[in-house]
Design a protein around this ligand. Structure first.
Ligand SMILES: Nc1nc2c(ncn2[C@@H]2O[C@H](COP(=O)(O)OP(=O)(O)OP(=O)(O)O)[C@@H](O)[C@H]2O)c(=O)[nH]1
Length: 388
């Protein structure tokens, strides 16, 4: 079943749940409510001012409850869907607002229509290339299918986006790679403040809870406080941390940590790296040096080089991805702060422009807010309010 079919199936299931709930609640109410459309299936309201979108969405989301810890009595897939739906609330509302504004201006399929569409998609962080590709593909399709009503136009566009996203990812390997013969070394890279240390804390909690032995290396000796922050996560997760003195050579910390992990048979070693040095060339050289040491001590390592990107930085995140992809062998992306962006389109842009798999996604600051990336949950969480 294709991604779009999975999305439709989830929508149908949701609608039948909504109507079941509505029937149940209506049967308990007086008849005056019978003709009211349940709020869940009303069309989202059109925002007139795009500048106000992010503000109103932030307000709306910050009033909601934080993501709840998974409830164990519920099916894991249902919990996952709820977490994605909650975590993508801001993106979904922001995207719907942009899209509905675009559709409110829709009169006919002409040049202005395609220009507006491209602007809307780029504004949602989908990326310039993908916006143009969608608009070009749609030129023929919309004419051929004789689409006139705004809701039909909307459905064709969403289907196109989902289909393109799926097609771009056919050869993508989003699984985590582990060393079957010893310690797995996972290097976390990315500019400062994107969430590397937090992600290591979350991942080590996860793997520790699965019964794996985990060791952390505090190789960000550049930023004062980075080591302490990692040590705090280490205490919380119950995993040891190898640290050097302030301003110590990061490579020496890595050497010590790799030797300890190998000799003491740890299952996983996470290496936290600096996000900023004197300049990008130094940063990349430093990462190279660390990788050489890791490889020398454990052949085949590092098994993963995860690039951490902050979803709220949009096109900047894409620039960072290009920089790191060109100089270090990135194996996957961790997209943090998805809960904080009103433009979830970055996920499309990463696959389309970078051909790198998103392996993890962050929906908040708690350990349980880091989730394995699931395209079907992402698509549903993004578009569920936008299709009938
Ligand atoms: N809302 C939200 N905040 C996050 C998420 N991931 C990380 N953060 C927050 O982002 C901030 C920066 O995270 P760090 O882990 O310190 O970032 P870093 O990349 O290690 O930063 P440097 O050590 O300066 O390179 C912290 O306040 C985290 O709590 C997320 O998924 N959602």
């Amino acid at each position: 079943m294709g991604l779009f079919d999975i999305f439709r199936k989830k929508k149908i299931e949701e609608s039948s749940e909504v109507s079941k709930d509505s029937v149940e609640s209506l049967s308990n109410q007086d008849n005056s409510a019978v003709h009211e459309i349940p709020e869940e299936i009303q069309e989202p309201k059109v925002e007139q001012n795009l500048d106000a979108i992010e503000e109103s969405v932030s307000e709306h989301v910050s009033k909601s409850d934080p993501i709840q810890e998974p409830e164990l009595s519920v099916e894991p897939e249902v919990v996952e869907q709820q977490i994605y739906t909650k975590g993508l609330e801001k993106s979904r509302t922001g995207f719907a607002a942009r899209f509905n504004k675009f559709l409110a201006n829709f009169r006919s399929v002409d040049e202005d229509f395609f220009e507006d569409l491209e602007e809307t998609l780029v504004g949602a962080d989908v990326g310039f290339d993908m916006a143009i590709k969608i608009s070009d593909d749609l030129r023929e399709e919309v004419k051929l299918e004789n689409v006139h009503r705004p809701e039909d136009v909307r459905d064709v566009i969403i289907k196109k986006m989902v289909d393109m996203y799926e097609a771009d990812g056919v050869n993508e390997d989003a699984t985590m790679h582990f060393n079957v013969n010893g310690t797995t070394v996972i290097l976390l890279v990315g500019v400062n403040g994107v969430g590397k240390t937090t992600t290591i804390g979350k991942l080590s909690t996860k793997y520790q809870q699965q019964g794996k032995s985990v060791l952390l290396a505090a190789a960000d000796t550049f930023r004062a406080g980075a080591t302490k922050q990692l040590q705090e996560w280490g205490i919380r997760a119950g995993v040891p941390v190898v640290a050097g003195k302030e301003k110590a050579d990061p490579a020496s910390v890595v050497f010590e940590a790799v030797a300890k992990a190998r000799d003491e048979h740890y299952d996983i070693l996470f290496v936290d790296t600096a996000g900023r040095l004197q300049n990008n060339v130094n940063l990349m050289q430093e990462l190279e040096k660390m990788k050489r040491i890791i490889k020398r001590e454990i052949p085949g390592a590092p098994h993963e080089v995860l690039l951490v990107l902050d979803a709220t930085t949009g096109q900047n995140a894409l620039q960072q991805a290009k920089l790191f992809k060109n100089s270090s062998d990135v194996t996957g992306i961790v997209l943090t702060k998805m809960d904080g962006t009103a433009k979830g389109g970055i996920v499309f842009a990463i696959r389309n422009d970078m051909q790198l798999p998103v392996k993890w996604v962050g929906f908040g600051e708690k350990a349980s807010d880091l989730r394995e990336f699931k395209p079907e949950e992402f698509i549903y969480g993004m578009f569920k309010d936008l299709m009938a």
